[in-house]
Design a protein around this ligand. Structure first.
Ligand code: NAD
Ligand code: TYD
Length: 355
């Protein structure tokens, strides 16, 4: 039977990739996309998707209980995939309040709305599901060895990861206390189309294209595990279809890289695909080591064995293939990035949604 999914944050990076995946399967999914269109939300990420029987966009805040409760009943929501969040660690250091509001209170508001809308005696009846999308950053920082698995204790270090950890605990508590059919996913660093250019890969791409300095925090040896966003979206779909309530699943790309390696790959691919800088210098010459991020987690690495064993999911896209696809996509969508960097896309929404 076709499911009606409330996707929150579906105009952001991962959410828009996920909406594209689901609207391509209209016999299986009907999508209601609730997004506030903060600085990170962009309707151009959803280009080509038409409003209609199978897809509705609602501009709104997940902290607005009245709106969220109305959507649950009006749209007969039976599935939630909750992406909406403040997502950038650096912004959480300079302005944590928005992270507390959206990531904690917003998640609480959605959980409450599901609790009120779904049958009290059996909230999971009819294969209902509330999938909360979280991060590996809740587990803290690793040394040179080891991996995060689903039993690793939470040890968040930034206001961002602390707010996500808090929302994970709330989601889990709603399973244990009210029987809400909650599933949690904790994934590593995503990359791919429509990523906002404040994050490492699109930021380095944009600066490298314009001959600007490439800021590398600290010694550039911090390690992240890179997951191609389409692989991530497919993993989420598997968790919806085949996962178990009350469980969490780690999702990773098996692609551990030091930040400096990532910057080198982006520079070298652009030198090869376009040309070196006008000066004739390679783009690596733009690398600038800058003051480290406070509390900068040294290494994240995911053991994604559980989702492989239990749901048969593995990432399909190697880093070499994924980064090439990603840079080709950015090269083909330079206007998209220019509009974001200049801030123009936000004016468009103010006109569109101000009555
Ligand atoms: P993003 O910043 O690109 O997009 C966030 C979206 O949420 C935007 O469209 C924004 O407008 C919307 N939003 C923000 N506040 C809102 C509110 N109060 N009400 C409604 N909508 C609101 O984020 P992303 O990178 O796509 O991340 C999506 C989710 O995945 C987040 O929960 C994040 O914590 C998690 N995650 C991301 C990564 C990553 O590498 N990007 C890694 C692990 C986990
Ligand atoms: P980021 O993309 O912000 O993701 P996260 O902090 O959630 O892992 O950063 C990825 C890594 O790259 C992180 O170790 C910080 C580093 N970084 C830089 O060195 N320079 C930059 O300009 C940015 C944005 C990040």
């Amino acid at each position: 039977m076709r499911k009606t999914v409330l996707v929150t944050g579906g105009a952001g990076f991962i959410g828009s990739n996920f909406v594209h995946l689901l609207v391509g399967k209209p016999e299986e999914w009907r999508v209601v996309n609730l997004d506030k269109l903060t600085y990170a939300g962009n309707l151009k990420n959803l280009a080509g998707i038409e409003e209609g029987e199978n897809y509705r966009f609602v501009r709104g805040d997940i902290c607005d209980a009245e709106l969220v409760e109305k959507l649950f009943t009006e749209e007969k929501i039976d599935t939630v995939v909750h992406f909406a969040a403040e997502s950038h660690v650096d912004r959480s250091i300079t302005g944590p309040a928005a992270f507390i509001g959206t990531n904690i209170t917003g998640t609480f508001t959605l959980l409450e709305a599901a609790r009120k809308a779904w049958p009290v005696e059996n909230p999971g009846a009819g294969e209902r599901c509330f999938l909360h999308v979280s991060t590996d950053e809740v587990y803290g920082s690793l040394g040179e060895t080891g991996f995060f698995n689903e039993s690793t204790g939470y040890d968040p270090r930034s206001p961002y990861s602390a707010s996500k950890a808090s929302s994970d605990h709330l989601a889990s508590a709603y399973f244990h206390t009210y029987g809400l059919p909650v599933r949690i996913t904790n994934c590593s660093n995503n990359y791919g189309p429509w990523q906002f250019p404040e994050k490492l890969i699109p930021l380095i791409f944009n600066n490298a294209m314009h001959g600007k300095p490439l800021p590398v925090y600290g010694d550039g040896k911090n390690v992240r595990d890179w997951l191609y966003v389409v692989d991530h979206c497919e993993a989420i779909e598997q968790v919806l279809l085949r996962g178990a309530n009350g469980e969490s699943y780690n999702i990773g790309g098996n692609n551990e890289k030091q930040n400096l390696e990532i910057v080198h790959v982006v520079c070298d691919l652009l030198d090869r695909k376009i040309a070196p800088l006008k000066s004739g210098e390679p783009r690596r010459s733009l690398i600038t080591f800058v003051t480290d991020r406070p509390g900068h987690d040294r290494r994240y690495a995911i053991d994604a064995g559980k989702i492989d064993r239990e749901l048969g999911w593995q990432p399909k896209v190697s880093f070499e293939e994924g980064i090439e696809k990603t840079l080709d996509w950015y090269l083909a969508h330079q206007q998209w990035m220019d509009e974001i960097v200049s801030g123009d896309y936000q004016n468009y929404y103010e006109k569109m949604y101000t009555r």
